[in-house]
Write a protein that binds this ligand. Structure first.
Ligand SMILES: Nc1ncnc2c1ncn2[C@@H]1O[C@H](COP(=O)(O)OP(=O)(O)OP(=O)(O)O)[C@@H](O)[C@H]1O
Ligand SMILES: [Mg+2]
Length: 265
């Protein structure tokens, strides 16, 4: 026998179904509302972190600029101005009429000597600001010279391998060559200063679309968490230079196992 629901039961079913749908819709709405809120919060946190990172990089850039200015001012004061004062003083002495022959010769040779030192110092200051080899012969030659200058026999070996040099640096805007040079220079400085390394390997690995510089040293390495607490700006600078290159810089180290870094751009 077939049971036919009466009108009341039918309405009841419809009402319950409607309520169930409304509840489900409400639950879905609440779920989407809260998960959207959570996503927005996370996005905001990420943006904050990114902003903070950029601020840190900017601070490091400004601090480096300030340090460089101080260094140049010190170099100019100690190595140029003070020596020019000596030359000026000696030149005035030379102009006195009753100067004995012996003193004249001594003062003249002093002027020649100090002038030579001033010339050497100004040349060194200019070289520090912009290595001439970089401008005249390009990044590959400048890196080769940098590695050579930091090698000293068996005590310190800096090896540099770049099998596809033309492809590696040919496509990079020459304005950016100095950034790459300074990054490698800072890595070498750190390996010598902190790592007491005796062997550094730099290898440039190039494909059509990408260039990677692999850097390793055999020094004492460092604790990655501890190094963040130190207030050196070398690493921050490397990161901001890598950002200028629209590249990526990663560094890994374990105590007593040296350093392993990679710059890709
Ligand atoms: N190759 C390395 N071997 C051992 N420790 C390293 C090496 N590179 C970096 N570190 C550690 O990381 C820290 C941060 O390096 P960073 O270059 O930022 O600062 P710094 O060299 O101390 O000072 P700055 O570069 O500003 O003169 C160093 O103090 C050092 O402890
Ligand atoms: Mg440093």
């Amino acid at each position: 026998m077939q049971i036919i629901p009466n009108a009341e039961q039918f309405v009841e079913v419809i009402i319950y179904t409607f309520i169930a749908f409304v509840l489900m819709a409400l639950a879905l709405l609440l779920f989407f509302y809260f998960s959207r809120k959570k996503i927005l919060k996370k996005e905001l946190e990420n943006k904050d972190m990114e902003l903070q990172h950029q601020m840190e990089l900017l601070e490091a850039t400004l601090e480096t600029q300030e340090r460089e200015r101080q260094r140049i001012a010190r170099d100019l004061h100690d190595d140029i101005s003070s020596k020019l004062n000596v030359i000026s003083l000696n030149a005035h002495l030379l102009s006195s009429n009753d100067l004995p022959e012996k003193d004249f010769e001594e003062i003249s040779s002093n002027i020649i000597l100090v002038t030579k030192q001033v010339l050497e110092n100004s040349r060194r200051i200019a070289h520090d600001l912009l290595p001439p080899i970089l401008e005249n012969f390009g990044l590959h030659a400048a890196l080769e010279e940098l590695c050579h200058a930091n090698s000293s026999g068996e005590l310190m070996k800096v090896s540099y391998i770049n099998p596809r040099e033309e492809l590696a640096f040919g496509k990079i805007d020459s304005k950016n060559h100095l950034h790459i040079f300074r990054i490698v220079q800072e890595l070498i400085n750190n390996s010598i200063k902190h790592g007491k390394a005796s062997l550094i390997n730099i290898e440039v690995d190039t494909t059509e679309s990408k260039c990677q510089i692999h850097y390793t040293d055999n020094g004492v390495g460092f604790d990655m968490k501890e190094s963040k607490k130190k207030n050196g700006i070398g690493m921050k600078n490397i990161k901001s230079r890598a950002a200028f290159l629209r590249g990526k810089f990663e560094i890994k180290s374990i105590l007593n196992q040296g350093v392993n870094a990679k710059l890709s751009f």
